[in-house]
Design a protein around this ligand. Structure first.
Ligand code: HEM
Length: 333
């Protein structure tokens, strides 16, 4: 009896990590939070240190880092493809419609990578750094903590086309957005929950101007946009020019990770059309928006599940891909 108990204990210890943390999806490998516990025990501490510094200097950086993880995962999986610069063989995803003049935080990731390379060379992937920086950004702004499954590896290529096609646009229809999430193995709950990331950060005038003046080609503003809120937005987002003027995605508490994003949607004060449609175009998502607006705990709890799921999208693991030395370029051999 004692003998067989010991055997079972050993078995479960050996298989602990893969069994507990393999997560979903789409060919994703066995990620688990303890992946660097022996090979680079200070990795998480270093990431946190740099994220704290960066956010202290620029509070918006938390939002920008969270978004980078999303834009990474939706293109070929979470493999740091978003970080690669253009080169003879690579057309950088940084030039895609969603990323151009918009994605930011690359220098912060460079700083983290350099410090981690000094501590434990050629060990920690850029994709894992992105996932950890996203988690730390959420925690720092008041959101929930989760243990980040780790062990992703970095791609040897990028996909400009994937970046253009897979990431929904701010004026995409509800069904289009949902389809793009489903193609990544994510469902309607994940869509509504992860959109709650827009509780922090900014958007440029150019991404919601259409709603203010001519939503459906009839020269009228979006009727699902609160009128006084629309007037406030028009003041700094004219019919032309000022494209890059910034607005808070959640004007009530712009640098705090909370459930005000969902409360705003109930009041027809979502900034992007892609935000407001979650409340106006589908019964299931509308119910979820209401639930989260009334219950922040529920939002937080589901957020950790959905972001872990997103972080598992077809990760390169094992011997696939590589551990880049510099997040901006593939290793030279
Ligand atoms: C559901 C479809 C989504 C659409 C259409 C969308 C679109 C956008 C757009 C247009 C912006 C503003 C960019 C700019 O003006 O420069 C933005 C910002 C942002 N997005 Fe999304 N997004 C979506 C989902 C997500 C998800 C799933 C996450 C995170 C998991 C996320 C995180 C963010 C954050 C944090 C910002 C602010 C970034 C900053 O201030 O630098 N978004 N998004």
């Amino acid at each position: 009896m004692a003998h067989s108990m010991g055997f079972i204990a050993l078995l479960s210890l050996l298989s602990f990590a893969p069994l507990c943390f393999s997560g979903n999806t789409l060919g994703g490998g066995h990620l688990y939070p303890q992946f660097y516990d022996h090979s680079c025990p200070k990795a998480q501490e270093i990431v946190r240190y740099f994220v704290v510094e960066a956010v202290a200097e620029d509070p918006r950086m938390a939002a920008s880092l969270l978004r980078l993880h999303f834009h990474d995962c939706f293109v070929k999986g979470c493999d740091a493809s978003v970080l690669l610069d253009s080169s003879a063989t690579i057309r950088s995803e940084k030039g895609s419609n969603p990323n151009r003049n918009s994605a930011r935080g690359f220098e912060v990731i460079d700083g983290i990578k350099a410090a981690i390379e000094e501590e434990c060379p050629h060990t920690v992937s850029c994709a894992d750094i992105l996932a950890l920086a996203a988690r730390d950004s959420v925690v720092l702004t008041g959101g929930p903590y989760w243990d980040v499954p780790l062990g992703r590896r970095d791609s040897k290529g990028a996909s400009l086309r994937g970046s253009n096609n897979n990431i929904p646009g701010p004026n995409s229809k509800f069904q289009t957005i949902l389809t793009k999430f489903k193609l990544q193995g994510l469902n309607i709950v994940d869509l509504v929950t992860l959109s709650g990331s827009h509780t922090i950060g900014n958007a440029q005038c150019t991404n919601f101007r259409q709603r203010l003046y001519n939503q459906s080609g009839n020269g009228k503003p979006d009727y699902t946009l609160n009128k006084s809120y629309a007037a406030r937005l028009r003041a700094r987002c004219p019919t032309s020019g000022s494209d890059q003027n910034l607005f808070y995605l959640d004007f009530v508490s712009p640098v705090k990770f909370d459930n005000n994003y969902f409360k705003n949607l109930l009041a027809y004060k979502g900034l992007l059309s892609s935000d407001q449609v979650l409340f106006t175009k589908n019964d299931v998502s509308r119910e979820l928006v209401k639930k989260y607006a009334y219950n922040q705990e529920l939002f937080f709890e589901q957020f950790t599940k959905s972001i872990i799921k997103m972080g598992n999208i077809s990760s390169l693991t094992g011997y696939k891909g590589e551990i880049r030395k510099n997040c901006r370029k593939v290793n030279a051999y």
